[in-house]
Design a binder for this molecule. Structure first.
Ligand SMILES: Cc1cc2nc3c(=O)[nH]c(=O)nc-3n(C[C@H](O)[C@H](O)[C@H](O)COP(=O)(O)OP(=O)(O)OC[C@H]3O[C@@H](n4cnc5c(N)ncnc54)[C@H](O)[C@@H]3O)c2cc1C
Length: 649
């Protein structure tokens, strides 16, 4: 059997290696148009950022090593140009000699990946504009940067754009990230993406949402990127990271039709419409496990698994590729975001019924140092409780929770199963009730009718129809509360229940949803039939209203009308420092409040804190009290925040 494989990286190299392990006699030829095969493309941004020091570490294999170890004929700088599917041959352009030749095959495997999308933009031929897909692209980007390179514009806020933003900040560059959509990282729902956007902003990345570069002006020393909103950003280097589309040119020459999502259609054995042509990786369409619809999942895991399945089938083993759930993860500075299955946007657009729950457990026991609350969102079926998707954003322990939930989703588990999962626990790693168990408890409570729930996005409607009940402490309430909310701390509720107006629905809330759940249970058993608990509490509420972004409330445009107008006051020239490191929220805000009380209008405070939750609450707190939040800087995991005392305290 003579097998020609087009593309020698993730899916192609995987196919070739397993094929050799299964069939010692097969003739295996790998055609790769680039200079390298089987390299770690996922590591490219991190070498640019200097985190992966050695370039060679990315070059997993070379043609020579593959030939020596696996007897594979790997030909680099060889581009497959056209396929004759009747004669079973492929025309190849040898980039070394510039000549073409024909190679025959018994079986052909297409693993050509995707092509970076670059919408035509005036001025886009400027040599300082790059895409990042291969080792050669990475080399070019590194070569283009010297000690005078101080600024970068990144176009696209997906995986590669955000990774590049981090890596270039690590290299000491000022970064502007331009994203066409309403949010970055579209695999997440917006409220979770907001958490990361706030974090990127705090790390110095300037994010331009709902914007795009309309023209590049190539000037001598810099490229000026003109945005849709007419803003002009002068920069030294541009990285275009809008995404990839399946490479279809070669497949078309073989008469393989594209599917509805623009990729090569394959069956569960990864076979195309031609019996002897297989395809894998970024170029193919696969089936979404949750929605059942065709989709594109340009990720390394599926590409590698598909390669193995093709090798199996070529050797008479009819193994199949299961539908995908799009499990993915990204590091955003010291935060992590991960997801599996469908997000809420997808479920809504496919009209799939769902329920949702938000929880904010710490990554491990909160009394053991080095943890922070995560945002964990679980989506599940109202009919049977099946897990449909999960997303998490936080600092520690995000990866393992999403991996557990990915297994649960794959296994068809329900939220009731999550309650029962027995997961490893010791204080440095988890809590006796793991975040996955917690999400299961909350979700199962919703389905059992034990926890009627309300959601942040419905606040405006509920505010007019019901009673908004803040059950946090009086101190928390005085720091910031929802407009119109009355405050009865949960410990005082039994004694003060008579203060709650009767005959209206009661919408209780607290910091993260636990105390309001307790209150809701008391109310339910005290004759308040319509009592609800806010899912995820104020923590989720702030994510929805994007309060975590320094001083801005961009999406959705909600103004509840009670924010004090922050009048810009003149600096008095007096500045005091406040060290709140080691304090957990609400500690830093309490300390800030006390300090501000002793100062005059116009005086500045620089507060240093290291609880990330502090800055999440700060913008709304400042607005409530009329103070000006002037600057947030991050240095060695300490946040330095500059605040000016305002007029309305
Ligand atoms: C910078 C970067 C970071 C990434 N990070 C992650 C990550 O963290 N996690 C994750 O899951 N995924 C990540 N990905 C995506 C992942 O790398 C891809 O999904 C995966 O490599 C796709 O495998 P593939 O074999 O389909 O395509 P590729 O690995 O891209 O390989 C395709 C190869 O085919 C060659 N080729 C194309 N056409 C021809 C032709 N006509 N003739 C000869 N050769 C041809 C190309 O030159 C290319 O080398 C990242 C991708 C990039 C670029």
């Amino acid at each position: 059997m003579k097998v020609v494989i087009v593309g020698g990286v993730a899916a192609g190299a995987s196919t070739a290696a397993r094929l050799r392990r299964l069939d010692e006699d097969a003739e295996i030829i790998v055609l790769e148009q680039g200079n390298h095969v089987s390299y770690a493309n996922c590591g490219l941004p991190y070498h640019i950022g200097g985190i992966i020091k050695k370039r060679e570490a990315l070059l997993v294999q070379t043609p020579e090593k593959l030939h020596a170890a696996l007897n594979i004929d790997v030909r680099i700088r060889q581009q497959a140009m056209a396929i004759d599917s009747d004669r079973k041959s492929v025309t190849v352009l040898d980039h070394n000699s510039g000549k073409e030749y024909t190679e025959s095959w018994d079986k052909l495997v297409l693993c050509g990946g995707g092509t970076p999308i670059r919408p035509p933009t005036p001025g886009d031929e400027d040599p300082r504009i790059f895409t990042l897909q291969s080792v050669s692209d990475m080399d070019r980007i590194i070569e283009a940067m010297d000690s005078d390179t101080r600024h970068a514009v990144i176009i696209g806020g997906g995986f590669i754009g955000v990774e590049m933003a981090e890596c270039l900040v690590e290299r000491g560059l000022q970064v502007d990230l331009v994203e066409l959509g309403e949010q970055t990282l579209p695999f997440l729902d917006p409220e979770l993406a907001h958490e990361l956007e706030g974090h990127m902003i705090r790390k110095g990345v300037r994010i331009h949402l709902q914007n795009q570069v309309t023209v590049f002006h190539g000037e001598d020393s810099q490229v000026v990127c003109e945005l849709k909103n007419k803003e002009r950003i002068a920069t030294d280097i541009v990285i275009s990271a809008i995404g990839v589309r399946p490479s279809m040119e070669l497949a078309r020459t073989a008469g393989l039709e594209p599917g509805s999502r623009g990729g090569i259609v394959v069956d569960k054995h990864m076979r195309t419409s031609h019996a002897d042509i297989y395809a894998a990786g970024d170029a193919v369409e696969v089936t979404d496990l949750v929605t059942g619809s065709p989709c594109l999942v340009p990720l390394a895991g599926p590409a590698n698994r598909q390669g193995r399945i093709i090798a199996d089938n070529l050797c008479g083993r009819p193994s199949t590729f299961a539908p995908v759930q799009g499990t993915s993860i990204i590091k955003v500075f010291d935060m992590t975001a991960a997801c599996t299955g469908a997000n809420e946007k997808r479920l809504r657009s496919e009209a799939i019924p769902y329920e949702k729950a938000y929880v904010h457990p710490p990554g491990h026991a909160s009394y053991y140092p080095g943890t922070a609350s995560m945002h964990l969102k679980l989506l599940f079926s109202p009919a049977d409780g099946k897990v449909l998707g999960a997303q998490a954003v936080g600092f520690d322990g995000v990866d393992k929770r999403i991996d557990v939930l990915a297994v649960a989703l794959r296994a068809g588990m329900t939220v009731y199963d999550l309650e029962e999962l027995e997961l490893a626990y010791a204080p440095p790693y988890s809590s006796a009730k793991d975040p996955v168990n917690m999400a299961g408890f909350v979700a199962a409570n919703i389905l059992r009718g034990d926890a009627p729930t309300w959601y942040a996005e419905d606040f405006t409607e509920h505010r007019t129809q019901g009673v908004i009940l803040d059950v946090r402490s009086a101190a928390e309430y005085s720091q910031w509360h929802l407009p119109d909310a009355i405050n009865i701390p949960h410990t005082e509720l039994r004694a003060r229940i008579g203060e709650i107006p009767e005959g209206k629905p009661v919408y209780a809330y607290c910091h993260s949803g636990f105390r309001s759940y307790l209150v809701m249970r008391i109310l339910k058993q005290s004759g308040f039939e319509q009592a609800f608990t806010l899912s995820g509490g104020v923590s989720t509420f702030h994510s929805f209203t994007n309060d975590s972004c320094a001083g801005t409330r961009r999406l959705p445009e909600i103004n509840y009308g009670d924010d004090k107008l922050v009048e810009m006051v003149q600096a008095s020239g007096k500045q005091v420092s406040l060290d709140a490191t080691g304090m957990q929220c609400p500690g830093p805000i309490d300390a800030l409040k006390t300090t501000l009380e002793q100062l005059a209008v116009g005086d500045d405070v620089i507060i240093t804190a290291n609880d990330p939750a502090f800055v999440s609450h700060l913008p709304s707190w400042c607005r409530s009290y009329g103070h000006q939040l002037l600057e947030i800087q991050n240095e060695n995991d300490n946040l330095h925040v500059l605040i000016r005392k305002g007029l309305t305290v």
